[in-house]
Design a protein around this ligand. Structure first.
Ligand code: PMP
Length: 404
């Protein structure tokens, strides 16, 4: 029904489609649902007691911390802690002017889009990629163009021809968006050789890179790999991180590091987006980090999630392998990405929801939804191992019933 609101919506708002997960969130509230859907941490591992130690901040600094923050770029002691924490990954100690705290790394994506896109500009992404990044890009009028991936991440050798083709069509290529570690949804990690190559291509073609790394510290085996940022001596790379997967998504704190010009622009857009991130939560997280708790907590998370990852791997081997379903075992992060030949993920979803199992359909992660038709993304960090086994068993049953 139309009214003054619906009549006056922007074209963008009129064309907005409900997100593939927002409907699911209602379904997964049902405690009987086995949810592999959201990218959610296990609530059991939230460091509630250590975090609660910060309660004194309200008494000691309440009049300051309950006020608007004076620095849009974020709490300076938290930025200092992050600069130290990030130095091995970034290959250097960035300056205070090269880091901006954001309201989740989702906001870093949005601020990047404000600063970069005019209508019709191109942004190159992995195909498949994080759906909420695709939504940000389209909200800002940018056109996402996908590059296929294999077990080694984005196939970066395809980039030069793609950039030239887009430029030949008169498009401005404003960035390359990549989730280098334990990709969402693919689970794979970009090799060091490809990271180096990507930094080199970005330099040669003068295209910025957005390196999105919310999962990078959640590694279950093997060595941490150097970031693209660390290879990029020309300063073309923005690196974004987040507390969501290593501490709590509820604190809504992310960060972005890079060239001070782009950081300054993003900070200016942040002012009109939310004035500042919450001073009280930033101070709580700053104190938590200063006490060294973050470094202690990351192995706790990894030990817990490794068991869940292994439980899902075993259940997949048991129930899905006989059905010709394939996947890359993730070395870290939150997701398995299943290729299910001959299975329409949306039909599978309907049956699975009746069986009280939820996941996210592959079509949601693809610029061309058809490319994701036979795929689905499963999160393994939220459910306990016994639930994981039961959920995978039910999904396998659903696949068999679809193939009959
Ligand atoms: N980037 C990627 C790849 C993600 O998967 C997510 C969250 N699932 C985000 C960014 C945003 O995370 P947050 O805003 O919670 O930091």
């Amino acid at each position: 029904m139309s009214n003054a609101w619906t009549e006056s919506f922007s074209t963008l708002a009129k064309n907005l489609r409900p997100s593939a997960v927002s409907g699911l969130f209602k379904a997964i509230k049902n405690p009987k649902m086995i949810s592999f859907a959201g990218g959610m941490p296990a609530p059991e591992v939230f460091p509630i007691d250590k975090f609660a130690e910060g309660a004194h901040l309200l008494k000691d600094r309440g009049s300051e911390l309950l006020q608007y923050g004076t620095a849009t770029e974020g709490d300076s002691s938290l930025r200092s802690s992050l600069i130290k924490f990030m130095a091995p990954r970034l290959g250097r100690t960035v300056d205070m002017e090269e880091i901006l705290l954001t309201t989740g790394s989702q906001q870093a994506l949005d601020l990047f889009a404000w600063a970069m896109f005019d209508k019709g500009d191109a942004i190159i992404t992995e195909e498949p990629t994080y759906m909420a990044a695709l939504n940000v890009f389209s909200n800002h009028g940018a056109q996402a163009v996908g590059v296929p991936c294999d077990a080694e991440g984005m196939m970066v050798d395809k980039l030069p021809a793609l950039i030239e083709k887009l430029r030949g069509e008169g498009k401005k290529v404003k960035g390359i968006y990549t989730i280098v570690n334990f990709q969402n949804p693919g689970g794979m990690t970009m090799t060091v050789a490809r990271r180096q190559k990507l930094a080199q291509i970005a330099g040669e073609y003068g295209v910025p890179i957005f390196e999105d790394d919310p999962y990078g510290y959640v590694r279950y085996e093997g060595e941490h790999l150097p970031s693209i940022f660390s290879f990029d001596k020309a300063g073309n790379t923005l690196y974004a991180g987040s507390f969501s997967k290593i501490l709590s998504p509820g604190v809504r704190i992310g960060w972005v590091c890079g060239d001070r010009e782009i950081i300054r622009k993003m900070s200016a857009f942040k002012q009109s987006t939310d004035l500042c991130s919450s001073p009280i939560t930033q101070a709580l997280v700053a104190e938590y980090c200063e006490k060294g708790y973050l470094e202690q907590h990351i192995p706790v998370i990894a030990d817990n999630y490794r068991k869940r990852r292994d439980a899902m791997e075993e259940s997949l081997q048991r129930h899905m392998k006989p059905l010709d379903v394939t996947w890359v075992k993730p070395e870290g992060g939150f997701f398995f990405w299943l290729k299910m030949p001959g299975v329409d993920c949306e039909k599978l979803m309907t049956i699975c929801l009746e069986k009280m199992v939820a996941f996210v359909v592959g079509t949601a992660f693809c610029i061309d939804p058809e490319a994701g038709r036979n795929y689905c993304r499963l999160n393994f960090t939220y459910c306990k191992p016994d639930k994981i086994e039961e959920g995978i068993r039910r999904m396998a049953e659903a696949i068999q019933s679809l193939r009959k």
